[in-house]
Design a protein around this ligand. Structure first.
Ligand code: B4P
Length: 194
């Protein structure tokens, strides 16, 4: 089993690159953003709670997200491995993920951090907001999300760096260029299936 964390600030391309990675390497995609948006669209109790945080650009509480991830991992026993997209976003989530994987006799093998200048992040997300209708893609909420990232999520990069698992990737280039660099790093662990 090979487990990858795709890390980076909002709009750095985690979702975009995850799609390419899961297809190329036949891995299971776990995106906490997608899972939360699905709960919101179905108006579940979890979704109603999560929406309050997401619409303000804040992180959803750790216990909600960790519970959601845990059941997703349990339901994918036959997977070749996982791409964690947008998770972990706090040190508490990172420690919880390590425990969940240890329980399954596996671990996080690699963390690829997409590095993109802040101006590009804002431009990308404002642009997406025009077409996606995502309520968290307004300039005010985007600024709050980036602030939350610096405060709570950046320490996760330090955590994985301390464990020797972090690789920083230039994420400001076009999607295909960025993917080539990501693939070069993944190929050291796993061969493509396509
Ligand atoms: P997420 O859904 O994870 O989304 P994101 O950080 O906004 O975006 P991502 O980095 O995936 O960017 P994308 O590829 O889409 O989070 C949304 C919210 O959910 C959070 O704010 C939080 O409230 C909540 N949440 C999620 N996970 C949580 C957790 N673990 N704990 C607590 N709360 C959590 O790309 C963005 C745009 O850029 C797209 O339009 C794309 O087309 C474009 N783009 C991508 N790559 C590009 C490139 N190379 N060049 C030009 N444009 C590019």
């Amino acid at each position: 089993m090979f487990n990858l964390v795709l890390f980076g600030p909002p709009g750095s391309g985690k979702g975009t690159q995850s799609e390419n990675i899961v297809k190329t390497y036949d891995l299971r995609h776990i995106s906490t953003g997608d899972l939360l948006r699905d709960e919101v669209s179905r108006n579940t109790a979890l979704g109603v709670e999560a929406k309050k945080y997401m619409n303000q650009g804040m992180l959803v509480p750790d216990e909600v997200v960790i519970g959601m991830i845990s059941s997703k991992i349990d339901g994918s026993a036959d997977a070749r491995g996982f791409v964690f997209d947008g998770f972990p976003r706090t040190r508490t989530q990172a420690e919880a993920l390590d425990k969940l994987l240890e329980f399954k006799n596996t671990e996080i093998h690699l963390v690829l951090s997409l590095e993109v200048p802040e101006n590009d992040l804002i431009a990308r997300l404002v642009n997406r907001g025009v077409t996606s209708g995502r309520s968290d893609d307004t300039e005010e909420v985007i600024t709050a999300r980036i602030k939350e990232y610096h405060l709570k999520t950046e320490p996760v990069a330090r955590y994985y760096n301390e464990h020797g698992k972090l690789e920083r990737i230039a994420g400001h280039l076009p999607v295909a260029e960025t993917f080539k660099t990501l693939a070069k790093n993944i190929n050291k662990y796993l061969l493509p299936v396509t």
